[in-house]
Design a binder for this molecule. Structure first.
Ligand code: PDD
Length: 288
């Protein structure tokens, strides 16, 4: 079966899907995106992802390309047409196609929209979570508005490639004061020796991850102690546990930071519990 993508109003063969060379997403990274998990035939946390999309678009003054209801329909259609039961759906909106000029287009320009869906074998993520992943730390070099889920991801790309070349999966950005901000495509967490879950506040300097929001709710339900505060690399290396969260990886235990094993070097019980309970509290809407 060939994959299908939704591009500006049409469902096309993924292999043929394309946007104009003067799409502002292509030329200026002038656009935003969302990634939603598809879990057992359900769209996960659609409401929160659509709220964040709206916020990102508002911050960049890009119009929502269609009503929320229509967008929900396109997301579902794309998942359905690709027969995805477990995997992800990707949505990107840019300021549209216009002659290359840094200023916003002066003539009315419809935003461009692309939606793709991909099946991912859940066994892969489960196996990675059983082993845990390694992270490296890199200096924070992104712009201040990382709260906007912009497609401008060059620092993230470079940091993650550096991680891969160092035998790790993720890179944690570290601000000028030595505090971890977040991962290249995940939020960063630790569990202290006193079993307190710590993650950086999302008001500034990180993306407010949807998985992060749900995990905070899971932790509260499980009666776990949580502190939203900054933590340093040294504190993370001395922690009992560490983990990352994102829609595609859920709760992923971190077992090594640079050259230091975390805890006993194996996934910890807190991360494992949070991962197991995640879908109990996430919003799940059936796709068919
Ligand atoms: N990344 N921080 C960054 C920089 C991210 O790119 C992401 C998500 C997150 C976690 O957000 P959420 O829990 O809403 O997925 C945090 C997506 C998955 C990606 O770029 O593929």
């Amino acid at each position: 079966m060939s994959r299908i993508a939704y591009v500006n109003g049409r469902y096309v063969r993924h292999a043929d899907a394309s946007v104009h060379v003067e799409d502002r997403g292509y030329q200026f990274a002038d656009g935003v995106y969302e990634v939603c998990e598809v879990y057992q035939g359900c769209l996960v946390d659609e409401t929160r992802h659509m709220d964040r999309l709206q916020r990102s678009l508002d911050e960049l003054r890009i119009a929502m390309p269609m009503s929320r209801k229509a967008l929900g329909f396109v997301l579902r259609q794309t998942v359905r047409r690709n027969r995805v039961r477990d995997g992800m759906v990707y949505l990107q909106v840019t300021r549209g196609v216009a002659p290359r000029d840094h200023y916003f287009p002066t003539v009315p320009t419809p935003p461009s929209i692309v939606v793709t869906a991909k099946a991912i074998d859940p066994a892969g993520g489960a196996a990675r979570a059983e082993k845990g992943v390694n992270v490296i730390t890199v200096p924070e070099n992104r712009w201040e508005r990382v709260d906007i889920k912009s497609v401008s991801l060059l620092p993230n790309v470079l940091a993650k490639q550096q991680a891969r070349e160092a035998g790790a999966t993720e890179a944690w950005f570290v601000d000028a004061d030595g505090f971890v901000t977040e991962g290249g495509s995940t939020n960063a967490w630790i569990v202290t020796r006193d079993n307190v879950i710590v993650t950086r506040p999302a008001e500034f300097g990180i993306l407010r991850g949807i998985t992060r929001t749900v995990v905070l709710e899971v932790a509260a339900r499980e009666g776990m102690k949580v502190e939203e505060r900054k933590f340093t690399v040294a504190e993370a290396k001395a922690a009992k546990e560490a983990f990352n969260t994102a829609a595609t990886t859920l709760v992923m235990p971190v077992v090594r930071i640079d050259d230091s094993p975390v805890g006993n070097g194996a996934p910890g019980s807190v991360a494992t519990r949070l991962r197991a309970a995640f879908h109990d509290l996430a919003e799940m809407t059936k796709i068919r």
